[in-house]
Design a protein around this ligand. Structure first.
Ligand code: ARG
Length: 390
């Protein structure tokens, strides 16, 4: 009996290896680590530990696939309750890669290390089940606690990463870093500065603002400061620049799929920069009605992603609508980064629905008197209701 385990190299997924043998009767455990732009040292550590503790290990590079998913997210300005969807978007992709290995290895089941409290179990399993795999979730199934896991790991000769130094549960990928658990579970607790690794605190950010320029083609970012580059490089660079200026921190209460409210902390400099720029450019090129309607579409899109329901046909339908709107989202935006803030200061597009000649205070291009008839009817029903005529 063979099982493929989605593997991060952390404590939860590592104790799953002997558990799958002892408690579930598998004789072969294959670990799969998917690289979606988390720190290279994490990928390397997972690979070392997978090779050491499992029967076979795979490391799969899905960074470019993840960038393609992120392009969809940028076009959709993807945010759920103010959370830039990082982990949520990555999970189905990781699951797809794990399924590929499971098929190749002819596995009898797929296992993951998620708890029964979060969203990730839903996002993973929806994909695993779609391909007909039996799912095993030892941490959820056995109701494991961290203390028990540490004890069990020691008994099985598994070295435990120093837990005192890492009191939080961290999830990282190219797009965002999530920090949860430990003392942060108390929403009235103000987090210490050291939970943040990607972003400087705004007070310590440079005293000089920095101006950056992002160029988009059909809603996709293609250049930074007039230098064309691929998505992976661009996002990495923006994480560095934004992080330096303290841009892209979130501390929020989030409604999980199960209904639990959770306190969440995130860092996402590139995401904040790109979504701010993208929204700004859309305001220049999309019509008032398109902007209004797209907001509903974005809301639905984000909810599907958050809930791990991207296999629903609605997801494709929404992306088709979004792609249609993005045909004209080509142009550039300049933004000023300063001590945690980001402000668009200039923008341009050949598709702008903007006429300087018409709007300007300084030209006579519009016969203003024509607006008088408009004004006479505007608000008519309200005036009737108030019984004030003029
Ligand atoms: N709350 C976020 C979500 O559900 C992130 C979860 C990240 N997981 C973690 N172990 N830090 O998408």
């Amino acid at each position: 009996m063979k099982v493929v385990l989605s593997y991060s190299g952390g404590l939860d997924t590592t104790v799953c290896i002997p558990l799958l043998k002892e408690k579930y009767g598998f004789n072969e455990v294959i670990t799969v680590t998917v690289d979606i732009g988390q720190p290279e040292s994490d990928v390397k550590q997972a690979e070392e530990r997978g090779k050491k503790y499992a029967d076979k290990h795979y490391t799969i590079d899905a960074r470019e696939d993840f960038v393609l998913e992120l392009f969809k997210l940028i076009k959709a300005n993807g945010e759920y309750e103010g959370y830039v969807l990082g982990t949520a978007l990555a999970r189905p992709l990781i699951a797809e890669k794990v399924v590929e290995v499971a098929k190749k290895e002819n596995a009898d089941a797929i296992a993951h290390g998620c708890t029964g409290k979060g969203n990730d179990q839903l996002r993973f399993e929806n994909v695993f089940r779609q391909y007909g795999f039996k799912v095993i979730a030892p941490v959820r199934d056995l109701n494991l606690t961290r203390e028990w896991e540490i004890e069990y790991a020691k008994q099985h000769g598994i070295d435990v990463p120093a837990t005192k130094e890492k009191p939080y549960s961290i999830d990282e990928n190219l797009w965002s870093r999530s920090i949860e658990g430990g003392k942060l579970e108390d929403p009235s607790f103000t987090p210490p500065e050291d939970i943040y690794e990607w972003t400087a605190s705004p007070e310590k950010a440079p005293d000089e603002p920095e101006l950056i320029k992002i160029e988009f083609e059909k809603g996709v970012p293609v250049a930074l400061n007039d230098k064309r580059m691929g998505g992976f490089e661009l996002i990495n660079k923006l994480n560095e620049i934004g992080g330096r200026h303290g841009v892209g921190r979130t501390d929020m209460i989030e409604d999980r799929v199960l209904g639990l409210k959770a306190r969440e902390n995130y860092e996402h400099p590139a995401a904040t920069i790109l979504i701010t720029a993208h929204r700004d450019l859309e305001k220049l090129v999309l019509s008032r009605r398109e902007l209004k309607f797209k907001k509903f579409v974005e809301e639905e899109w984000a909810e599907l992603v958050y809930y791990g329901l991207t296999n629903d046909p609605l997801y494709d339908d929404l992306n088709a609508f979004i792609d249609k709107t993005q045909e004209r989202v080509t142009g550039w935006v300049k933004m000023r980064l300063f001590k945690g803030s980001i402000i668009p200061v200039a923008r341009h597009s050949e598709f702008a629905l903007y006429s300087e000649e018409l709007v300007s205070f300084d030209t006579g291009a519009i016969n203003q008197r024509l607006a008088e008839g408009f004004a006479a009817f505007h608000g008519l029903q309200g005036r009737l209701f108030r019984r004030l005529f003029q």
